[in-house]
Design a protein around this ligand. Structure first.
Ligand code: BYC
Length: 477
């Protein structure tokens, strides 16, 4: 056993790690590689900082986390599964009514491993995408929050690696290693899903990512929390506890930027984007373009609208619908249909397809309803400042690379146009080099005096864990 893994104390867990020799041996190899990855690809120049972080220490809903100063390389990445439900069954598909699997059913081994690897791959990817952002943070509060998100994405990687090590033998161990080898944006060995190879170059992009893309995480994890493979379901249920904070960071982060811009516009009575920029805040049009980009690449993460993979996952009982057990139907979907959009004769029409094949689309629609509510909350800041502008979700088919809308040239309003026209108008809809250059210039340097916030963002309403806003959330050493 290597000396840098102390199973009882250093790795908080409720999986009896202290007595599981097989798991210990697998972790012995993986943990040093994980630390190597963290030093290489984790937050830049952060190893000596003491950060006021929460650490998951149990699954007790009343007291699952501990807050305190930690150097991130010493963070106790733990392994937790939500408590088991006695007599739990497979709740959907052809195996409905059978006892939930406590081990991997041999016939579903390959698709299950693929789902777990795809989920696991996103976690280190997001840390890689965000690694430079600490250098331009708008406050100590925000710096602490990005580090919190980063260490928890690290723990979510551990959660998937636990499943691979514990249930998938040698090929699971190989997949766990490969999760540390792929790199976001790498030409030769990229991350699996598209959005996780896009750069997150600035804090507006980071907040958009945590609002839109982490929320895909919520919906995917919720579907996997319905899985008939019980260890996966229980792991995902616990991950969702942490995920809520990530989406909070995104929603309030964008909200605070919108509020600051709206307040400055109202105070100075300006609405021309150049004049707004001259006042050191991000114009609403640029915020809209970032929104269009992050929303559309995140919609792609749900997969093709019509997908035999999704049908297989559901039929076998591996991946359910959002809120599966609360839905009132036969949970088989052999007769049901679902409407998916497509382009015919230059316009969008709906086509009814077997509901089983449209499960990605259904999950995407559930997701869209939730993001719309968040955008409505952002708009209230603009409304309160008395401005007529409103942020809007673009059409589902805008800028899509996966599914029936891929290859179409659609405006945010949902109009199909020619490729030339789309290209000519692209810079009105999507952030371009000039937008990124402006936003990054605004965010050059970091704000680290306790209680101070960069000019382009409003302070939050409250601090973390009831601490004041001028709390020293990060101590630099
Ligand atoms: N990019 O039938 P299709 C999170 C591939 S986020 C590239 O449409 P399927 C987090 C697909 O692999 C949540 N390729 O798709 C957030 C397939 O390839 P093959 C992550 C894509 O399989 C923030 C082909 O296209 N979790 O946790 O039904 C920070 C046709 O596949 C993409 C999960 O995704 C894409 N966007 O659905 C940190 C859950 N989409 O077979 C973390 C697990 C599809 O031709 N994953 N392809 O080689 C799944 O359930 C499914 O893999 C997907 C895709 C829903 C993603």
């Amino acid at each position: 056993m290597t000396s840098n893994v102390d199973y009882g104390d250093k790795i908080p867990n409720n999986v009896d790690l202290g007595r599981d020799r097989v798991l210990q041996r697998a972790l012995e190899h993986w943990q040093p590689a994980y630390m190597g990855w963290w030093y290489d690809m984790g937050p830049t120049a952060s190893s000596a900082h003491e950060v006021y972080l929460r650490t998951a220490i149990s699954v007790d809903p009343e007291g699952w986390a501990h807050f305190g100063y930690v150097r991130m390389p010493e963070y106790r990445w733990g392994i937790f599964l939500a408590p088991p439900t006695a007599g739990r069954e497979v709740n959907f598909g052809i195996n409905k009514g059978r006892p939930a699997w406590q081990d991997v059913p041999g016939e579903y081994r390959s698709p299950l491993r693929r789902i777990i690897v795809t989920q696991g791959d996103t976690e280190p990817a997001s840390v890689e995408q965000q690694r430079m952002l600490g250098m331009s943070c708008p406050s100590l509060y925000d710096l602490r929050n990005i580090y919190q998100v980063n260490v928890e994405e690290g723990r979510h990687l551990w959660a998937m690696v636990y499943l691979l090590h514990r249930y998938f033998g040698r090929d699971g161990r190989e997949e766990a290693e490969a999760l540390l080898e792929r790199r976001s944006g790498d030409e030769d060995n990229p991350r699996i899903l598209g959005a996780f190879n896009e750069p997150t170059p600035d804090w507006l992009a980071f907040y958009m990512f945590t609002f839109f893309t982490d929320r895909d995480g919520k919906f995917q994890l919720s579907s996997l929390a319905e899985s008939g493979f019980d260890p996966l379901a229980r792991t995902c249920r616990f991950m969702l506890t942490e995920e809520a904070h990530h989406m909070f960071v995104g929603e309030t982060g964008v909200g605070r930027i919108v509020k600051r811009t709206a307040d400055v516009m109202a105070e100075h009575k300006v609405d021309d984007p150049d004049h707004v920029r001259a006042l050191g805040v991000i114009d609403l049009q640029t915020i809209q373009r970032y929104l269009n980009f992050h929303y559309s690449v995140t919609l792609d993460l749900f997969g093709s609208d019509v997908s035999s993979n999704a049908a297989t996952y559901y039929s076998c009982g591996l991946k359910g619908r959002y809120g599966e057990t609360k839905l009132d139907d036969d949970h088989l979907l052999t007769e049901a249909t679902y409407a998916v959009g497509e382009v015919a004769d230059g316009r969008v029409v709906n086509r009814e397809v077997p509901a089983l094949s449209a499960l990605n689309e259904r999950l995407r629609d559930d997701y869209i309803a939730e993001v719309q509510a968040g955008v409505d909350r952002w708009n209230r800041h603009i409304e309160r400042a008395g401005l007529p502008f409103r942020l809007q979700l673009p059409h589902k088919g805008f800028n899509r690379a996966i599914g029936t809308f891929a290859g179409q040239h659609m405006t945010p309003a949902g109009e199909v146009v020619s490729e030339d026209e789309w290209r000519a108008r692209r810079s009105r809809w999507m952030p371009g080099e000039k937008d990124y250059a402006f936003v990054q210039a605004l965010m050059s340097g970091r704000v680290v005096e306790p209680g101070k916030f960069a000019n382009w963002i409003a302070p939050p309403r409250t601090g973390i864990n009831n601490q004041p806003l001028d709390f020293e959330y990060v101590r630099f050493n």
